[in-house]
Ligand binder design. Structure first.
Ligand code: SF4
Ligand code: SF4
Length: 354
């Protein structure tokens, strides 16, 4: 890991991977793992994609992917189990809980922090075997952000632009080569197994990596006062007019929750597939849907017109701080880009702190 002064205190976990070797390295990885990576599609959008052939895709490690890796670990809709009944009253349940060893390559620091948040969510009160099975098989290779995107504020959320922990390997772009930090044991195993791709980092590489990190920290265009907003929320001094103004602008589409790497609400439904067969599904849900709090008899205890957005922002910046001592907004800025009502978290923070 990097020390605070940029000095190298452990050269055995720092390597150099030449960019010319990247595709060959990924080809090797793909022989043993499924590979999910940010790939530019034909529309020019960067999407995390299950890669079929590393030679036929264009990797994009620079631009923020449209979506995070959340859908791979916590799919938008997922079958939990199937069931079968017979005429004599017998029945059978089959759990659908499986996953393949998968390398998630090129994950930006904020999105990796979101996975760390989901780890807590899906194991805190009850262990969720569906998420944890996929997570157990996940290898995370992150990439630090030399150039934060326009709406990013991971500096304020303390989730980037580079990480100190949580990754198996962390890459830093140093021009013609990647600086490689080894994090968890699987990262070390990968480097040891394919060591011909990795050269020990030199002292000057360590210095350049640290300089890159410092420069990246100075490149954020947004000034987002998250800590100050949390203090205001804790003090209960947010005027009602802010909630109602934002709620009136909200169009109930839940794009913000679906795009958000840390929104993890879901609902459960059963689907009949035939006379004797069916499945139980888990599907994403969102607190900004008016139906989220609707009860039997059509009663809704939440006045959606004036309170639609309250739960979302309180959950991210107050309840999670109270429960886990940190907000669950990781500062990716995606909700800024997606909300056509202008009800994104930066606007909320600005309103609360001004
Ligand atoms: S806040 Fe914006 S993105 Fe979220 S549900 Fe409302 S309109 Fe949609
Ligand atoms: S609330 Fe917005 S900025 Fe924060 S993590 Fe979710 S999508 Fe990203």
């Amino acid at each position: 890991m990097r020390s605070k002064d940029g000095k190298n205190n452990n050269m055995t976990d720092k390597f150099i991977l030449k960019k010319d070797h990247l595709v060959s390295f990924l080809r090797r990885l793909k022989k043993e793992y499924h590979l999910v990576a940010p790939v530019k599609n034909i529309q020019g959008d960067t999407m995390f994609t299950l890669v079929d052939s590393v030679d036929e895709v264009e990797f994009d490690l620079v631009n923020q992917a449209v979506t995070s890796i959340k859908p791979f670990l916590f799919p938008q809709q997922e079958t939990l189990f199937t069931y079968e009944t017979s005429a004599n009253g017998d029945y059978r349940f089959d759990s659908v809980c499986n996953s393949q060893p998968t390398v998630y390559f090129g994950v930006h620091s904020c999105d990796l922090s979101a996975v760390l948040y989901m780890d807590v969510t899906f194991s805190l009160t009850a262990r969720d075997p569906y998420y944890l099975e996929k997570r157990k098989n996940a290898v995370l290779i992150s990439v630090g952000c030399n150039e934060p995107s326009e709406n990013c504020f991971c500096n304020a959320a303390k989730t980037g632009p580079f990480l100190e922990y949580g990754f198996d390997l962390q890459l830093t772009d140093l021009g013609n080569r990647f600086f490689v930090d080894v994090g968890r044991a699987t990262g070390q195993e990968i480097v040891s197994k394919w060591q011909h791709f990795f050269a020990p980092a030199e002292e000057e590489d360590v210095k350049l990596q640290y300089q890159t990190y410092l420069e990246a920290r100075g490149k954020f265009t947004r000034q987002v006062h998250m800590d100050q907003a949390i203090k205001r929320l804790k003090s209960g001094k947010v005027p009602e007019s802010i909630w109602s103004e934002l709620s009136l602008r909200c169009q109930d589409c839940s794009g913000c929750a679906y795009i958000c790497p840390t929104c993890t609400c879901f609902s459960i439904s059963d689907r009949k597939l035939s006379e004797h067969e069916g499945e139980r599904l888990r599907s994403w849900d969102a607190c900004t849907f008016s139906g989220f709090t609707r009860m039997a008899g059509d009663h809704n205890p939440v006045d959606h017109r004036t309170q639609a957005i309250r739960q979302r922002f309180l959950h991210k910046m107050l309840y999670d701080v109270q429960k886990h001592n940190r907000p669950s907004c990781i500062g990716c800025g995606r909700c800024v880009g997606i909300c056509f009502g202008g009800v994104d978290i930066i606007r909320f923070i600005d309103l609360v702190t001004n």
